[in-house]
Design a protein around this ligand. Structure first.
Ligand code: BDP
Length: 712
């Protein structure tokens, strides 16, 4: 009988293993990088089973319950067998999770010394011996730290790393790692997520606070797996109603879901909130408020009182509320300048009100008032840099990565390095507003790395943007980074299956920006698509070339804004004389010392290099120079030929990607395979439109012949 049962178990195990590695398993992308697919390498599984025989999670809290649940589900799924959960280490192979306060023995161990320097969110994963037993310990100073450590530990298994002699100690390099949701609380002309391409907003405002969609929990979990610790829930073009009690109760309900995942909630506040409601439609951009005051002047005592009361109400409902994100005096949003005050007056008033509760203000620097300077690229710097040192300590200034907007590529924002007394929180865009929305496959980490690694020379060589935002260059009192979220109600969260990689990469880089775009891609692929060598190598190669590919058929050589008003189709004709000038002499925007002199906003030697057409990196040449069509490029081609070459190269790159993707048929699940292929084919058709429209237009303006080799 026993033998018979054993046989049944073995057969069942083989069948299970077979089923789980066959590629017709329906996958819809909902599980993201937490698929916990059963490992089909029996050798590896047996090694893992030796290191993992039981789970011992010390501590009672909602977060520790999540840790327990995550470890149990993940390990059972990955290893294909039930892992026992014990109260104490009973033998070799225990995975022990805890903090010095939940399990005092941890505090007495050697690793406790390391824990001290890792801060509240850091963790240690260590192969240890306890009471003569070989165990793996996941230790942290706080419960949240153990959750982060747990996800790291599971990542090792998901990516098939051996669990021998583990000695991992990590803490985040940046304190505030935030997603900015551009979600509207009411449906507007943009749909319910501005620049969102993955369905509707995740927040079901109508149902909250009574009904809690189980998806919120999954969202918290996914973000925690990346170390994201803050969510700004609503659009920077903020509807003032978010601050009404009715909505704050909804916000509080979301905060309750996210709290055990280490995530604080924030809201975008509308500066007009103290004013009475306006019945003017939003299209006219005349914002009213939710109050009854005649003014929203930050220096008016009644206005201050109004905000104090509002903030007290918020903290009553949400004791760990994060603070406000504010888009003021930008794109018709109201702000202190409407009352003759400046950004300092505006931000500091809110900061003072939030300060007693530990709240912060994130004041956006995305401003481009034409009265400040004829060159849009110079305006934010000119408005903000003179105010350095005048903001309260709990104010971040939040610029975008580049000075214009989220273009496929721009130079780094010159503000980085120029505000040593004011913490700068960099805003990146995860959603692909200017990069093909949910149609294009574009992996953004290589672009973000370019910004993070950019050397500003603010304090000489090595003054990278990363060192500015992590606070080490200027000794900032607080540090932060934000990504405009690309998530929505689509079943796979992000629209395009590959857009998940950008959410993942943003989180991973926020935690540790020293990781390479390649290693992050490697992790994501293994966790999301599988560990098969061919799958990993092919997808990685696709991802790493994808951004350059789209860049080349959209805005090569430092061009920006060749895109139409819908932010999707090409429309160079209507952008000429707006963001660059194209005529029979050449193409670009003269920002040298003979032009707008935007180069002056950078430090030496960057400014001299950008000023010199021979030395500037060619990727930025049209951004800083009006380039003569016959200018000789490094390739030996003329500028005109190079421009055409890039457009064609970009288009050809998509064809190459499609071929690579096709080689994976049968290697990845059919559902996701076909979904991605369909989008790639759509991308290819659109890339052709881009190439032909742009080359055609510049051909007409330049009156240069099309290079012959392109005619075949
Ligand atoms: C632009 C977007 C717009 C945003 C704005 C911003 O087109 O939808 O409101 O940025 O960041 O890129 O405030």
């Amino acid at each position: 009988m026993k033998k018979c049962i054993l046989l049944i178990i073995i057969v069942a195990q083989f069948t299970l293993a077979y089923l789980s590695c066959s590629n017709d398993k329906a996958e819809d992308g909902y599980s993201l990088w937490m698929r916990y697919e059963a490992i089909d390498d029996f050798e590896l599984v047996s090694q893992y089973k030796k290191s993992i025989s039981e789970i011992v999670v010390k501590g009672e809290s909602a977060t520790m319950d999540i840790v327990r649940r995550e470890l149990e589900t993940a390990l059972n799924d990955l290893l294909g067998q039930d892992i026992s959960v014990s109260d104490n280490v009973t033998g070799d192979g225990s995975v022990l999770v805890g903090t010095p306060s939940s399990y005092s023995i941890i505090g007495e161990m050697e690793i406790a010394k390391d824990l001290k320097r890792l801060g509240p969110e850091g963790y240690i994963i260590h192969s240890s011996v306890m009471a003569g037993k070989n165990i793996t310990i996941i230790a942290a100073n706080t419960d949240i730290g153990t959750l982060y450590g747990t996800f790291h530990f599971l990542r090792l298994i998901q990516t098939h790393v051996a669990l021998k002699d583990l000695n991992i100690a990590q803490g985040p390099k940046i304190q505030h790692r935030l997603l900015n949701h551009w979600d509207n609380i009411f449906a507007t002309k943009y749909g319910t997520v501005e620049r969102g391409y993955a369905g509707e907003t995740l927040w079901k405002w109508d149902e909250l606070p009574k009904t809690i969609d189980p998806r919120y929990e999954d969202y918290g979990r996914a973000n925690a797996s990346l170390g994201i610790n803050g969510l700004v829930l609503n659009n920077v073009n903020s509807e003032p109603q978010i601050l009404m009690t009715e909505y704050l109760e909804k916000v509080a309900a979301l905060a309750n879901v996210f709290r055990p995942y280490g995530i604080r909630v924030y809201v975008s506040a509308n500066y007009s909130a103290p004013l009475p409601p306006s019945d003017t439609p939003r299209e006219f951009k005349k914002w009213g408020g939710i109050g009854h005051l005649k003014t929203a002047d930050p220096l008016d005592p009644d206005v201050i009182k109004w905000w104090k009361k509002k903030v007290a109400e918020i903290y009553q409902l949400i004791p760990d509320f994060g603070g406000f994100l504010v888009k003021a005096n930008s794109e018709n949003m109201p702000g202190p300048q409407d009352y003759g005050r400046n950004h300092t007056d505006g931000a500091n008033m809110l900061a003072e009100v939030l300060e007693p509760y530990g709240g912060i203000v994130m004041w956006r620097a995305f401003v481009y008032n034409p009265e400040v300077d004829p060159d849009r690229a110079k305006r934010a710097y000119k408005e903000f840099v003179p105010l350095d040192g005048q903001f309260n300590p709990n104010v971040f200034i939040q610029p975008k990565n580049g000075p214009l907007d989220f273009q496929p590529l721009e130079p780094s924002h010159p503000i980085f390095g120029a505000m040593p007394e004011t913490p700068l929180l960099m805003e990146l865009q995860i959603t692909q507003e200017y990069l093909g929305e949910d149609t294009y496959l574009v992996y953004l980490a290589p672009m973000w790395k370019k910004y993070l690694d950019f050397d500003t020379y603010a304090h000489g060589k090595g003054s990278t943007v990363a060192k500015i935002i992590d606070g080490s260059l200027h000794d900032y009192s607080m540090t932060g980074i934000a990504g405009v979220a690309n998530t929505g109600s689509d079943r796979n969260w992000c629209g395009h299956h590959f857009a998940q990689a950008n959410w993942f990469a943003f989180g991973r880089l926020s935690w540790d920006y020293t990781q390479s775009a390649e290693s992050i891609a490697d992790e994501w692929i293994r966790m999301t698509w599988g560990n098969d060598d061919q799958v990993v190598d092919t997808i990685k190669s696709i991802m790493l070339k994808s951004w350059k590919t789209s860049l080349n058929y959209m805005t090569p050589l430092g061009l920006t804004y060749t895109i139409g008003r819908n932010h999707y189709d090409p429309d160079p004709q209507n952008r000429n004389h707006q963001f660059w000038i194209a005529d029979s002499a050449g193409l670009g925007y003269d920002r040298t010392d003979e032009g707008s002199n935007a180069v002056k906003q950078y430090f030496s030697p960057v400014k001299e290099i950008y000023n010199d057409i021979q030395r500037i990196p060619e990727d930025y040449v049209c951004y800083f120079h009006k380039v003569n069509w016959d200018h000789k490029m490094h390739s030996g081609r003329t500028f005109w030929e190079e421009l055409c070459y890039r457009y064609y190269d970009g288009f050809n790159g998509v064809a190459e990607i499609i071929n690579q993707w096709k080689s994976l048929k049968g290697k990845v699940d059919e559902g996701r395979y076909q979904h991605v292929l369909d989008r790639l084919l759509e991308q290819q058709a659109h890339a052709k439109i881009w190439r032909d429209t742009c080359v055609g237009y510049f051909h007409e303006v330049s009156r240069r012949p099309l290079p012959e080799y392109l005619m075949d």
